[in-house]
Design a protein around this ligand. Structure first.
Ligand SMILES: [Zn+2]
Length: 242
C-alpha cells in the first residue's frame, strides 16, 4: 500500500468512530447510553461534509468526541484554550482536544464557564467553536494568549431580554442560543485584527462591534457584519444576524 494511504492506528480509531456515527446518522440509532449529552456533537458529525466545504485548511480538522469517554488518546497534538471573564477575573485554562479527539470533560468545563451569565443556565458548546478561538490566537501570533469572554451561551429567555433592550443586535435565532457563538476580545490586540484573523478562517460568522471593541465568532453559516448603533438602516439590516 502506498505510504500516503497507510492508516495509522489513530486514523483507524477515527475511521471506526466516523463509521459508527455515520451508521447512527443513517439509521437513526443511538450511539451510546450517554448519547443525550453528546447528541449535539454527533449531529455535527453528520454535517462533516458540509463543514468541510467552509472550514479553511488553516483550521485543524474536525475532532470527534470519544465513544468511550474514558478512552482518551494520550498522544497527538494538544489543543489548549485560556478564557477569562474580564468582570470577575474567573479564568479557565484547559486542553480540550488531543489530536482529532475532543475531551468531553474539558468541553463540559468550558461549557460551564460559558454559561448564561443572567440565569446560570448551561448548554453544551459546539467544540468547533474552541478550534476557531485556538486558530485565531495562533494567527495573531499568540498561541498561549488569553481570550476575554463577553458573551457565551444565551438561553432563549436572556436572548429575548437582550432583543427587547435593543442594546445589541441579538438575532431571534442567535448562534449564542445554539451554544456555538462567543463574543471576544484579545487583550492587547485591536478588535480589527481579531476580526481579520477570524475572517481569514472562513469558518462561520464574524461580527465586528467597533463601538464596544469586540468580535463575535461562531461556527454557524459563513457570513460577516459590522454593528454600529448609529449605522445606516441598510447597514443595520445586514447586521441583524448575531
Ligand atoms: Zn455574539
Amino acid at each position: 500500500m502506498p505510504t500516503h494511504l497507510r492508516m495509522s492506528p489513530r486514523n483507524l480509531v477515527s475511521l471506526r468512530n466516523l463509521l459508527v456515527l455515520l451508521m447512527a446518522a443513517l439509521f437513526g440509532i443511538g450511539v451510546s447510553s450517554a448519547s443525550a449529552r453528546k447528541s449535539a456533537a454527533h449531529s455535527h458529525t453528520r454535517l462533516r461534509a458540509i463543514a468541510h466545504a467552509f472550514v479553511n485548511a488553516t483550521l485543524p480538522g474536525e475532532g470527534l468526541l470519544p465513544i468511550d469517554e474514558d478512552d482518551h488518546p494520550t498522544e497527538g497534538q494538544k489543543y489548549e484554550v485560556k478564557l477569562a471573564h474580564p468582570h470577575t477575573d474567573e479564568v479557565i485554562d484547559v486542553v480540550y482536544r488531543i489530536g482529532d479527539v475532543y475531551i468531553p470533560e474539558a468541553i463540559d468545563k468550558l461549557s460551564d464557564f460559558l454559561r448564561d451569565s443572567h440565569n446560570q443556565e448551561v448548554s453544551r458548546f459546539d467544540p468547533r467553536t474552541f478550534d476557531v478561538l485556538h486558530t485565531v490566537l495562533a494567527k495573531l501570533g499568540r498561541p498561549d494568549g488569553i481570550v476575554d469572554i463577553l458573551s457565551g451561551y444565551r438561553s432563549e429567555e436572556t436572548n429575548d431580554m437582550l432583543r427587547e433592550s435593543r442594546t445589541t443586535n441579538a438575532a431571534k435565532y442567535s448562534q449564542h442560543i445554539q451554544g456555538r457563538a462567543i463574543d471576544i476580545r484579545v487583550p492587547g490586540v485591536p478588535a480589527t485584527l481579531v476580526r481579520d484573523a477570524a475572517l481569514s478562517l472562513g469558518a462561520g460568522g464574524v461580527g465586528y462591534y467597533p463601538q464596544s471593541q469586540f468580535v463575535h465568532v461562531d461556527v454557524g453559516p459563513v457570513r460577516q457584519w459590522t454593528f454600529a448603533r448609529h449605522a445606516s438602516r441598510r447597514h443595520l439590516r445586514r447586521s441583524r444576524r448575531a
